[in-house]
Design a protein around this ligand. Structure first.
Ligand code: 13P
Length: 244
């Protein structure tokens, strides 16, 4: 479903006391303008805290990863059903940090998206090219390959997912894709979604989104909001992005 959506990805940051303050500030500072949605994706141990702090508010919460498997002897893994028990609406799958640092393949990412849906969660499926791939002129091919793997697994169920275009070279670097660069890839993603009758999927941009660049990015016709890393850890900055 399109409509503006801003999601915070805390990554491996947080602590009980600082989370309490951040949740409270977000809760009191978020008066959603019509049609805008806000969510935070927190580390697993804080899902209960997000649920306690945000239940009954206009802010949704979610996880940053799940296992592609349902249950079994997989030490250290966390299933989609477990995450769903904590009231999560979303789970990020296929973040570039998972793809590169934890060797997640397109097939694993697709399986995780399917596992999320089977548990009633909305997967936020991340795609994006590295700097090397962009410089080699293969941005379109890489994004299409990543997206097609998920489309092949989900089919029309992709209509209930969220996508996020995160150019790897813009993540945590302070380098942001220009609105034109973001729009070009978002349009490509939208075309592919339209070909399976799912043009209405929200497509977020991620990569050094800040309060001072959010408005220009979110104004692009195929950009439906943002997936925000570092700036989601500061309530005022994150709320400014969400209101942009
Ligand atoms: P930054 O906003 O810190 O660049 O991180 C982006 C990101 O990876 C969100 O998932």
């Amino acid at each position: 479903m399109r409509g503006k959506l801003v999601v915070g990805n805390w990554k491996m940051h947080g602590g009980l006391r600082q989370n309490d303050a951040l949740f409270a500030d977000l809760r009191s500072g978020w008066n959603p303008p019509e049609g805008r949605r806000l969510a935070v994706c927190v580390p697993f141990p804080y899902l209960w805290q997000a649920q306690a702090a945000l239940s009954g508010s206009a802010i949704a919460w979610g996880a940053q990863n799940i296992s592609e498997r349902a249950t079994g002897a997989f030490t250290g893994e966390v299933s989609a059903a477990m995450v769903a028990e904590f009231g999560c609406r979303y789970v990020i799958v296929g973040h570039s940090e998972r793809r590169t640092l934890f060797a997640e393949t397109d097939a694993v990412v697709a399986a995780k998206a399917a596992a999320a849906m089977a548990a009633g969660l909305t997967p936020i499926v991340c795609v994006g090219e590295t700097l090397q791939e962009r410089e080699a002129g293969s941005t379109e091919a890489v994004v299409a390959r990543q997206l097609d793997a998920v489309l092949a697994e989900l089919g029309i169920r992709i209509a209930d997912a969220v996508l996020a275009y995160e150019p790897v070279w813009a993540i945590g670097t302070g380098l942001t894709a220009s609105p034109a660069q973001a729009q070009a890839v978002h349009a490509l993603v939208r075309r592919r979604l339209r070909s399976v009758d799912a043009a209405d999927v929200a497509v977020l941009y991620g990569g050094s989104v800040k309060a001072d660049n959010a408005q220009a990015l979110f104004a692009c016709p195929d950009v439906d909001g943002g997936l925000v890393g570092g700036a989601s850890l500061k309530a005022a900055e994150f709320l400014a992005i969400a209101h942009a």
